[in-house]
Design a protein around this ligand. Structure first.
Ligand SMILES: [Zn+2]
Length: 119
């Protein structure tokens, strides 16, 4: 039986070591330059509902009900469209002389074609 010679190729080993060092340096640079999380900013985003926090416990059914209750509470705080009576969840609403409308119904009720008003 022939003996297989395993020869170490030093140039390949050197390339591997350089490759690993490059990866380590890049990861370190990403870590070192990343901004630390500002807790007050994060809490502000959570309070405004920009970032949702879904707390998981070992009881998924209870998690779902709690999350659902929180969302229902959040919806109650939103202004309602006076036409459809639904909470307005968009970024914009239409306040027409103190009466609030969602975008869909404001357009439906008040958006007109200019050509219909030409005389
Ligand atoms: Zn509406």
């Amino acid at each position: 039986m022939k003996k297989k010679k395993i020869r170490l190729r030093w140039d390949n080993i050197f390339k591997d070591i350089v490759g690993i060092l490059v990866i380590v340096v890049v990861l370190w640079a990403v870590y070192a330059t990343s901004e630390p999380i500002d807790e007050s900013k994060a809490n502000n985003l959570i309070e405004k509902g920009v970032v949702e926090v879904f707390t998981r416990t070992d009881d998924p059914v209870a998690d779902f009900h709690r999350d659902d209750a929180e969302k229902t509470e959040a919806l109650k705080k939103l202004p309602k469209c006076s036409y459809c009576d639904e909470p307005i969840q968009d970024s914009y609403l239409f306040d027409i002389e103190g009466t609030l409308y969602c975008e869909e119904h404001a357009k439906e009720l008040f958006q007109k074609r200019v050509e219909d008003y030409i005389y």
